[in-house]
Write a protein that binds this ligand. Sequence first.
Ligand code: UDP
Length: 331
Amino acid sequence: MTEKKRVLITGAAGFLGSHLCDRFLNEGFEVIAMDNLITGDLKNIAHLFQDQYFQFYHHDVTKFVHVPGKIDYILHFASPASPIDYLKIPIQTLKVGSLGTHNLLGLAKEKNARILIASTSEVYGDPLVHPQTEDYYGNVNTIGPRGVYDEAKRFQESITMAYHRFHGLETRIARIFNTYGPRMRLNDGRVIPAFIGQALRGEDLTVFGDGLQTRSFCYVDDQTEGLFRLLVSDYSLPVNIGNPEEITILDFAEEILRLTKSHQKIVFKPLPKDDPLQRQPDITLARKLLDWEPKMTRQIGMQRTFDYFKGLTKEELYKSEHKDFSAHNRK
Ligand code: UDP
C-alpha cells in the first residue's frame, strides 16, 4: 500500500478550512487540522474526529508551529475573514496573516512541503479595474478599518513570493472571492449569514448604503475544487478563484426574501467605511490554467445554504449577536 500524503490545514475549524478537511480526506489524504478556535468552531469538524486519518491540533499559528513527521502540503487558511471580525480583532488579524504565514513558510521549508496560502479579493481593495484581473495592483487604504486584513494579506503574498524566489519553495497563492455555503458562522456579520439570520428571526433585512454595491458569490464546493486544482498545478503566481456572476446587494436582499418566503422589509443602514463598490473576479486565468469554473447556480447554492441555517437550534439562531473576543484581545 502506498503511503498517504499528509496535508496540514490551518483554520481547519473555520468555514473554508472545514470543507477543505472533508475534501482532502475524501481524496485519500491524511489531514492534520490546526485552529486556535477564535473564529473557528469545533462543530464544523466534529464529524471527522473518528476518522483515523484526521487529527486536530488546538494551536495559534502566530506562535512557532511544530508538527512531527512528514508534511507534503500546507494550506494556510487561518484568519478572521469578515469585516466585523477583523474590526474586533485587528491585531490578531494582522498577526495571523504576517507572523502566522512566516511560521508556516518556515515549516514548509523545513518539511520540503508545498504551501498554498489563502489570499483574497481584498488585496484589490475598492477596485478601480473591473472585473479584477490578477495583474491589477489594487486600491487599498492602508490605515482604514479593512487595512488590517487587506495589508496582512498583501504582506502574506509578498513573503510567500519571497520564499518562492529566494528559497525555491513550492508556493501557490489563491485570491479567494466571496464564498458561501453551509458552516458559515451565523454571527460573523457577512452579508449571507446576516440576511438569512434576519429572515429566520423575522427581522428586517439590513442593506448597507444604497445597496448598489456589487459582489459575486461562489459556492463552497466550487471554491474547494478550484483550490484543489490550484494546489496540484505548477503555477506559483496568484490566481483568482471565485464566481464571476455579479449582483447588487439590494437585488440579493430581494432574492433572499423570495428564497426564505419572508414578508419582512428591507431597511437601509450606513455603508461601512471603505466598503468596496464593486467586486467581480476575472477568472480567465483559472479557466485556462486549471480548466476550472464554478458550476453551482446561486439558486441551488443558496437553497442548500438556507437549509443548513434552518437546521440551527433556536439558541444558536438567537445568540447571533457578534461573538465576544475580549479574552483573546488581552493576549
Ligand atoms: N452588507 C449589507 N448588510 C449586511 C451585511 C453586509 O448590506 O447586513 C453588505 C456590505 O456592506 C458589503 C456586502 O454586503 O457591501 C458584502 O459584505 P460582506 O461583509 O459579506 O463581505 P465583503 O465582501 O464586504 O468583505
